[in-house]
Design a protein around this ligand. Structure first.
Ligand SMILES: Cc1cc2nc3c(=O)[nH]c(=O)nc-3n(C[C@H](O)[C@H](O)[C@H](O)COP(=O)(O)OP(=O)(O)OC[C@H]3O[C@@H](n4cnc5c(N)ncnc54)[C@H](O)[C@@H]3O)c2cc1C
Length: 330
């Protein structure tokens, strides 16, 4: 049995954790946030809550499909049964497809919490700033000067910008591969105690939007096991628009997105009961490396994340499996 440290409790790190535990390893997980999930994020304001990051999971891969079915059996996720809409200059249209979409219940982060349960230790609110190799083992240091170790192996599951400084001294050839762009976006979260004035818009559960400001709208309260007291909406900004507004005043961005929401939904403006704007500087990987995971076998080091393999929750999960595999093969 080896003791492995995982830096980052996003889907990739949690996927690695599952596989390492199945093979009897001891695993300690670190995340700079208060909880797990990374971009599988949930936000709560007053009586309203929303999935703020990933909206749903889908699979193109047999292994990930198997994992989704297992999580469904455990009751951690459910099928989100809806027919998507497309909204463009011609209006709001149904756009049926046969994609199986799944969501964590009763929120996306509920899944990450379940996946994290098998960790031997979880250090939340712990930002790792340095990884050092001493002989055959790894030691980690956080931004408060606390030291952790010794670990036999290390998996880094952070976005590329955070992975690069961690890798610079210990594995410069891996650090050189961290030059991967994650596109920004904004997420506007809205909650209403009444429906929109356009009945057709109230039927929208998830819509792919062609608009200069907005590119996705979902009715969060239409997902399984969500609170039905308020109607909650998630609005994601178009990446090109977001890129030109990352430094704009928050209130200004929020107002522009709110106006765009009513325009796209062809509804009269009403005052939300709750609302929240989140700025994602690093949201969606533009051109992932398609490398599974990055590995330095001699140092017992692996790097994983959606950006290393392919985009989306599925890509992150696959990358985590690849990263863990190298400690199992040894
Ligand atoms: C707005 C938005 C909408 C999306 N919609 C979808 C969707 O509908 N479907 C889909 O499949 N995907 C979607 N995605 C993409 C999906 O969320 C990601 O591909 C996936 O969650 C990435 O997982 P990850 O493990 O690679 O990285 P992350 O989730 O980013 O995890 C990295 C973790 O590392 C931690 N960390 C970083 N630096 C340190 C450090 N120094 N020390 C300790 N911890 C650190 C972070 O806190 C984080 O928890 C969306 C993403 C966003 C932002």
């Amino acid at each position: 049995m080896a003791h492995i440290a995982i830096v980052g409790a996003g889907m990739a790190g949690l996927s690695a954790l599952q596989l390492l535990k199945e093979h009897g390893h001891q695993v300690t997980v670190f995340d700079k946030s208060r909880g797990s999930g990374g971009r599988l994020a949930t936000k709560k304001v007053g009586d309203a809550s929303w999935d703020m990051g990933a909206q749903f999971m889908r699979s193109h891969n047999g292994a990930f499909t198997k994992a989704l079915h297992q999580w469904q059996k455990e009751g951690w996720i459910q099928h989100w049964n809806f027919q998507p809409h497309v909204i463009n200059a011609d209006g709001i249209h149904e756009s049926p497809d046969d994609v199986e979409r799944y969501v964590g219940v009763s929120r996306m982060t509920a899944l990450s919490r379940k996946l994290l349960e098998c960790a031997d230790q979880f250090h939340a609110s712990t930002r790792i700033t340095e990884c050092r190799r001493h002989g055959e083992s790894w030691q980690l240091e956080d931004d408060m000067g606390n030291n952790f170790g010794d670990f036999d192996g290390l998996i880094i599951n952070t976005p590329p910008l955070q992975a690069q400084p961690l890798l610079q001294q210990i594995a410069p050839e891996l650090a050189a591969q961290c030059d991967v762009d994650l596109m920004p976006t904004f997420t506007l979260l809205l909650a209403f105690d009444q429906g929109l004035s356009n009945d057709q818009a109230n039927d929208v559960k998830g819509a792919f939007v062609k608009h200069p400001i907005v590119d996705w709208i979902s009715q969060n309260s239409s997902k399984p096991e969500r609170d039905q007291n308020l109607t909650t909406w998630v609005v994601h900004a178009n990446h090109d628009w977001a890129r030109t507004h990352t430094e704009s005043p928050r209130d200004h961005v929020q107002q522009l997105m709110l106006d765009a929401f009513f325009e796209v939904m062809q509804s009269d403006a009403i005052v939300p009961t709750e609302s929240w704007l989140h700025r994602w500087l690093y949201a969606i990987v533009d051109q992932p490396l398609h490398k599974g995971s990055l590995v330095d076998q001699q140092q017992q080091l692996a790097v994983c994340g959606d950006w290393v393999d392919q985009g989306a929750v599925e890509g992150a999960w696959l990358s985590g499996q690849q990263a863990a595999q190298q400690f199992i093969n040894n």
